[in-house]
Design a protein around this ligand. Structure first.
Ligand code: FES
Length: 103
């Protein structure tokens, strides 16, 4: 099955913080730039709906700006509650843009 790559952001739009919120096909997605590349996750924190794309990044750990829940951006795993895992999406980088496959 071929993936449906959708434009998420221009590379030039990624701020120095390495965290960017964007809308991909009507869905809020959080993009992260880490030392090992770009990652994308569902942008809505499952705790109370905080915007992960407006939070902060610490290595590969994203921190929700509302109450500080933390997730590994590589696999979506919550850092202290094993049962909580957010959706991650595949990412690819073209010449000047970041693309995400939602399914
Ligand atoms: S909404 Fe994200 S930690 Fe509460």
């Amino acid at each position: 099955m071929s993936l449906n790559w959708i434009h998420a952001a221009l590379l030039s739009e990624m701020p120095d913080s390495g965290v960017l919120e964007c809308v991909v096909d009507g869905q809020i997605v959080a993009l992260f730039k880490t030392d090992d590349g770009y990652h994308a996750v569902d942008g809505i924190c499952p705790h109370q709906g905080g915007s992960l794309g407006k939070g902060s990044l610490h290595g590969c750990i994203a921190r929700c700006p509302w109450h500080g829940w933390e997730y590994d951006v590589r696999d979506g795993q919550h850092q202290s509650i094993p049962a909580v895992k957010i959706t991650t999406y595949r990412v690819r980088v073209t010449e000047n843009a970041i693309e995400v496959a939602l399914s």
